[in-house]
Design a protein around this ligand. Structure first.
Ligand code: URP
Ligand code: ZN
Length: 456
């Protein structure tokens, strides 16, 4: 399908220009002012009054994540559908092998699950242990599979977390293979001790979740990850940064010239730990790791976006139904960790970032699309509006208002952590590889299929 988009304002990470776009065979074919209504266009979209952004790239989501309380409630179909409603056209999920399972076998299994996705996707692969073959397996993910990013967990030591010695080995192997390590930075052993001691004192309500994961156990883990990454010459991407102190360590390392990237999430910018007050039903949807912090941290994170310490915003999309959260009614340690947000990332950042004059519209595009594309090897096919790039485009109505609610969202979840948040700005059209997926704010019925992307 060839599509002509007329009269819109194209916004990239570096400029805003009024020009028309001709999309041909899934790619951006021409960008010019006053493109003639071309007889080879199957469809003409009038984007007058609208912005055109490169499709959103969410670098951090967990579809169909297995937990003791069941799978996270969005699978690749429902989660990618919600992504489209919000203007996200590429998602980066995770491969978390079973202990003993070869990385590439786990990757193949995850690829099969992701066949349901409506948007393009790739994965970060997690070495959850060290074994003799691990360095070779990592290299083979890079060379044979085109996977360039590897996620390590410093928390969750009893299941998928790595001790310092194994962290060092993984970083060494990833650095040598030319990849990047993403790190979930929380000191797991210390957290486990606090959690167990709360439980021993019958302190079992959700409000003990944030108290058992204090900010210093995140920032100390960040400091350690930076040190190990430096020693092993491995690029580092710190996921879901939530505290002011973590940012200080990251900013120091960046100033020294170390390759350290930082991601935060809308929840750490817009919500705080007061959400843990109240009943189990009210508080448990906010149980996630790291937990929500203080308003001071929210502001420091906005500053980190403004001054460039933070490069990307992911959602850590990982919703659970209230029924699943109820697994922890008698023990906060059993509440499945995570919340949904893939649908709201662009609207929240546009409303509370751009419209509140915290960031420019070009910086907005940079953090929701261009930087994730560059860091994870997708640029310039993704994350850019340029001739030859994939026609993943969001035609954004800057006037459209919404009040976020679990009653009207498209995420497969009966709660929403942004319930009642008002947003201005929403996608009117969303295109994936030149196919229209969303038209006048509604998903069109013709199914589209996402494809696996190599990230190196
Ligand atoms: O609470 C969270 N973030 N759940 C998802 C899994 C993880 O830790 O990233
Ligand atoms: Zn996560």
């Amino acid at each position: 399908m060839n599509i002509l988009i007329k009269n819109g304002t194209i916004v990239t990470s570096t400029k805003s220009i009024k020009a028309d776009i001709f999309v041909k065979n899934g790619k951006i074919d021409q960008i010019e002012k006053g493109l003639i209504t071309n007889k080879s266009a199957d469809k003409i979209i009038n984007a007058d009054g609208y912005y055109i952004f490169p499709g959103g790239i969410d670098p951090h989501v967990h579809m169909h994540l297995p937990t003791p309380a069941g799978y996270s409630s969005d699978d690749f179909f429902s989660g990618s559908r919600a992504a489209l409603y919000g203007g996200t056209t590429t998602l980066l999920d995770f491969v978390t092998p079973r202990k003993g399972q070869p990385l590439r076998e786990a990757l193949e299994q995850r690829k099969r699950e992701a066949l349901l996705s409506l948007v393009d996707y790739s994965f970060h692969v997690s070495p959850v242990e060290w074994r003799d073959t691990m360095a070779e397996e990592i290299k083979s993910c890079v060379v044979e599979e085109g996977i360039g990013s590897f996620k390590v967990y410093m928390a969750y030591k009893e299941t998928i977390g790595l001790n310092d010695e194994n962290l060092f080995k993984v970083m060494t192997a990833v650095g040598k293979a030319g990849g990047i390590v993403m790190a979930h930075c929380e000191l797991g052993d210390e957290i486990e001790k606090i959690r167990d001691s709360f439980a021993g004192e019958n302190k079992i309500e959700p409000k003990y979740h944030p108290l058992s994961r204090p900010p210093n156990l995140e920032s100390e883990a960040v400091k350690k990850a930076i040190k190990l990454a430096k020693a092993t010459n491995c690029p580092l991407y710190v996921v879901h940064v939530s505290t002011k102190e973590s940012l200080l360590h990251i900013s120091e390392a960046q100033k020294r010239g170390q390759k350290v990237y930082a991601e935060t999430c809308p929840q750490y910018l817009l919500l705080n730990d007061s959400m843990y007050e109240g009943s189990f039903r009210q508080a448990s949807p906010y149980v996630m790791s790291p937990p929500l912090r203080k308003s001071d941290d929210n502001e420091a994170l906005w500053d980190g976006i403004i001054d460039g310490t933070i490069q990307t915003i992911g959602t850590d999309h990982c919703p659970f139904m209230l029924e699943q959260k109820m697994a922890g009614t008698g023990d906060f340690r059993k509440i499945p960790n995570g919340a949904g947000g893939i649908e709201h990332r662009l609207a929240l950042l546009y409303s509370y970032g751009v419209l509140k004059n915290r960031i420019s519209i070009n910086r907005f595009v940079d953090i929701i699309s261009t930087k994730p594309a560059k860091i994870f090897g997708l640029y310039p096919s993704k994350g850019e509006i340029a001739i030859g790039s994939d026609a993943d485009l969001v035609i954004w109505n800057p006037e459209k208002e919404n009040t976020i609610s679990a009653k009207s969202h498209h995420q497969n979840c009966d709660t929403n952590i942004y319930e009642g948040f008002k947003t201005t700005g929403a996608p009117e059209y969303v295109m994936v590889n030149g196919m229209i997926a969303l038209e006048e704010g509604k998903l069109i019925t013709t199914p589209i299929t996402g494809k696996f992307l190599k990230t190196c």
